[in-house]
Design a protein around this ligand. Structure first.
Ligand SMILES: NC(=O)c1ccc[n+]([C@@H]2O[C@H](COP(=O)([O-])OP(=O)(O)OC[C@H]3O[C@@H](n4cnc5c(N)ncnc54)[C@H](OP(=O)(O)O)[C@@H]3O)[C@@H](O)[C@H]2O)c1
Length: 250
């Protein structure tokens, strides 16, 4: 994708990786639109980046997504990049899990159905532009499951699969990229932000933007720290890597 002159929608742009990407793309000369549920989080970002726009969206709500698609067409007819970044994560203890699976189902709705629905809603608008890009933010855990977050890991593996099919079907029309983060210091989980084992957010954003800049043909954006997860299967050491990750994180 070109790195300047785009109109970019970033879901989950009010915090963490979404905010980091929003600010980096803004500084590179792009019009950025943030989306998320909490107006207060969006306001914090637009307060320091007044040129950015923000629109509230609950990506778990299919009706809201359809309406949001219409709002984007009317208010941002030049939209040419969608970054499906919004996501939630919950730790699950499968031995003691209650029958109330609301939190588990919310992960499937937000992390998997959300980006699928938003892609379908915005594709006609994206494809009216001269060049268009969809970036899906998955996870290293799509490739090496975190047994402590089983449904979360499964939603990310499913998004990786969906991304491959999307790229194949839209080849020659829309560029499809996948950002595959390692463990990064954000508010995704209760300890993420303070855990010294997680990659500092600013380092993750800087390395991600450098890959986008220096490797324009890359379809998967994988920072060095994530390579042991992303390429665990290819390394021939998958089972040892799986045991090691889950011992370390358990
Ligand atoms: N941090 C990591 O270690 C890590 C590793 C691999 C992948 N990732 C992925 O990176 C992405 C960003 O996560 P993060 O780490 O930056 O965590 P974060 O700071 O918690 O960001 C998640 C964002 O998603 C938004 N969001 C959640 N549910 C939403 C919904 N239903 N509708 C609209 N927006 C929603 C949140 O805003 P509201 O609550 O205001 O809606 C929030 O801004 C996620 O897809 C995550 O799975 C993170």
């Amino acid at each position: 994708m070109k790195l300047a002159g785009n109109t970019i929608l970033i879901t989950g742009g009010g915090s963490g990786i979404g905010r980091g990407l929003a600010e980096a793309f803004h500084q590179s000369g792009n019009q950025v639109i943030l989306a998320g549920r909490r107006q207060s989080m969006l306001d914090q970002v637009t307060a320091v980046n007044p040129v950015m726009q923000a629109v509230t969206l609950d990506a778990a709500n299919p009706v809201a997504i359809r309406e949001f698609g219409n709002i984007m067409s009317e208010q941002f007819p030049d939209l040419n990049v969608l970054i499906n970044n919004a996501g939630i994560q919950a730790v699950e203890s499968l031995q003691t899990q209650s029958e109330d699976l609301a939190e588990v189902e919310a992960m499937v709705t937000t992390n998997l159905l959300g980006p699928i629905r938003l892609t379908v809603a915005l594709l006609p608008l994206l494809q009216r532009q001269q060049d268009s890009t969809i970036i899906n933010v998955t996870s290293g855990l799509a490739f090496l499951p975190g047994a402590f977050v089983p449904t979360y890991s499964a939603t990310k593996a499913a998004m990786h699969s969906y991304t491959l099919s999307l790229r194949y079907q839209l080849r020659g029309k829309t560029d499809i990229l996948e950002v595959i983060p390692p463990y990064v210091q954000t508010d995704l989980g209760p300890n993420h932000g303070k855990d010294s084992r997680a990659m500092p957010l600013n380092e993750f954003i800087a390395e991600t933007m450098a890959i986008l800049r220096n490797e324009p043909a890359a379809t998967e954006i994988v920072v060095e720290r994530c390579k042991p997860l992303r390429f665990a299967a290819e390394s021939g050491n998958f089972h040892a890597a799986f045991e090691g990750l889950n011992r370390a994180m358990g």
